[in-house]
Every structure is written in structure tokens, then in C-alpha cells.
Design a binder for this molecule. Structure first.
Ligand code: UDP
Length: 254
């Protein structure tokens, strides 16, 4: 039984009240959803892997001075985070054409983009997260121009870090999504990276085989989703070959 107060339940995570004011506990579920919940399944162990992978990424971002909401992992499925005011945008960074970009603009999946592209989507399930521009974001007050600048700068830094991290373990970072929040410290506010960064929110392709190691395995009924997530965790040095958590670093591909 869980006696903690539940603050919010999303598709793949639950937020509980934290042990101290200004903190929350982020719990990773095994639910996999796609197409705005029209497709749903339980993938045993996915939450545990995403908790570990996201912990690994956020720890590195914090160490690099890229501000995030992450404090520390608490257990197999939970992490302690700072409470932030979530900005209702999904910030997508793309390096290679795939998914909705390929469909919308007729660019073949796998085409390297001339430069990284940032897109914004308004977080609203009823509307299926429509794509929006900076004009919409400022006109409707979701974020001001300075905040949009800060969000874009964060997104680019995260992209640079993640691209290098995954390249080092033989994975091509095709695209990913982040969410940002306002962290208040007294009267001061700064924008930080929030939510999670995991194979649920990134497109990750094996560099040699182009095999998909991300949520597209579920979206496209390819099977082997858990195995793919385990592969990502193992390559990053989070799981050893017996699938037991280790503290080692990423394993470099020669
Ligand atoms: N993405 C996400 N949550 C969403 C929508 C997209 O994490 O609600 C991620 C997705 O995993 C991919 C990137 O954002 O890495 C770009 O997704 P895209 O716009 O191509 O949409 P999709 O094809 O997933 O519908």
C-alpha cells in the first residue's frame, strides 16, 4: 500500500509528494502507450530500465552544469526530483529525419538533416499535442521570449551531450523530446530540464545495423522492446551482461 500523496499520474509515470517541501518522487511505471493512449501495453521491467537510464543521463547533465530537476535515484522505480512548474511544451530536437517530420515533409527516414532542428509541441492530450511556433507560445503565454531562448539553449546542450554519449556506444541519436520547467529558488527562477530522457523519449538506432533501440519497437509492433532498452542500458554500462546493475561507465565501441 502506498500512503504517499499522489500529485499526478501520467501515461508512464506517477508523481508523489516528496519528503521535503520543493521535492517530488517520480515513479516509473511499466506502461507503454503510443498514439495518445490508443495503443497500450504493459512491458514488465521497462520502468526499472527507464529509471536507470534517465538517472544516468540526468546525473551527467547535472555534472556538466546543465540544470535539471533530478536529485537522486531512490530505488528501482523511483527518483527524487525538485518540484518545478512544468512548461506545457514538448521540445523535440532532430538530427536525422524520422517519425512525424518524415511524414509531414516527405523526407525519407534516415536522411541526415542539414542542421539540428528544434520543434515545439503544445502538451495537450485532447488535441494530440499539436505542433506550435514561438508566436503561439508567446501569444498564449506558455513561455516568454527569454524563456524560449533558455529552452532552446538547453535543448542544444542536451543534444550535443546525448549525441556524443550515444555515438560512443555505437548508437545514432536520431531525435528526442525534453520537457522543461521553472525552478524557483526564492525570487530567482531558472529553466531546467525535467521529466525523463530514456528510450521512451528518444529515437536511437544502432550505427551499423540501423536497428531501432527505442519506443518505435512498440509503436511499430517490431517486438523486442525490453531487450532493446536492456541493450541501451548495457552499452551505457548501467547493466552488466547478467543484467545486474553496475556502477561502471559507458563501454566504448572501438
Ligand atoms: N516524443 C515523445 N513524446 C511524444 C511525442 C514524441 O517522447 O509525445 C519523442 C519521440 O520518441 C521521438 C521525438 O519525440 O524521439 C520526435 O517524435 P515525432 O514528432 O517524430 O512523433 P512520433 O513519430 O513519435 O509520433
Amino acid at each position: 500500500m502506498n500512503r504517499r500523496r499522489r500529485i499526478y499520474e501520467g501515461k508512464a509515470k506517477i508523481l508523489y509528494e516528496g519528503p521535503e517541501p520543493g521535492t517530488l518522487i517520480q515513479h516509473f511505471k511499466d506502461d507503454a502507450t503510443a498514439f495518445n493512449k490508443k495503443k497500450h501495453d504493459i512491458i514488465d521491467g521497462k520502468g526499472v530500465l527507464n529509471n536507470r537510464i534517465s538517472e544516468f543521463v540526468f546525473n551527467h547533465l547535472n555534472e556538466m552544469g546543465i540544470p535539471t530537476h533530478f536529485l537522486r535515484r531512490l530505488n528501482m522505480r523511483e527518483q527524487l526530483i525538485r518540484e518545478v512548474e512544468i512548461i506545457p511544451l514538448e521540445v523535440v530536437v532532430r538530427n536525422v529525419a524520422a517519425g512525424s517530420l518524415s511524414k509531414r515533409l516527405g523526407i525519407e527516414e534516415g536522411t541526415q538533416l542539414p542542421r539540428s532542428i528544434i520543434e515545439f509541441y503544445y502538451k495537450n492530450d485532447e488535441l494530440d499535442d499539436p505542433m506550435v511556433t514561438e508566436e503561439h507560445i508567446t501569444a498564449f503565454g506558455w513561455a516568454n521570449p527569454q524563456e524560449i531562448d533558455d529552452i532552446m539553449a538547453l535543448a542544444i546542450r542536451v543534444n550535443d551531450f546525448l549525441s556524443g554519449l550515444f555515438l560512443g556506444v555505437g548508437i545514432r541519436l536520431v531525435d528526442f523530446k525534453i520537457e522543461c520547467g521553472r525552478l524557483w529558488e526564492g525570487d530567482m527562477m531558472r529553466i531546467v530540464v525535467a521529466d525523463e530522457i530514456s528510450p521512451d523519449s528518444c529515437r536511437l538506432w544502432d550505427i551499423e545495423t540501423e536497428e531501432k533501440l527505442d519506443k518505435d519497437r512498440f509503436r511499430r509492433d517490431l517486438g523486442g522492446m525490453l531487450e532493446a532498452y536492456q541493450d541501451v542500458a548495457r552499452r551505457l554500462g548501467i547493466l552488466n551482461d547478467n543484467e545486474r546493475p553496475l556502477n561502471g561507465g559507458p563501454r566504448l565501441v572501438q
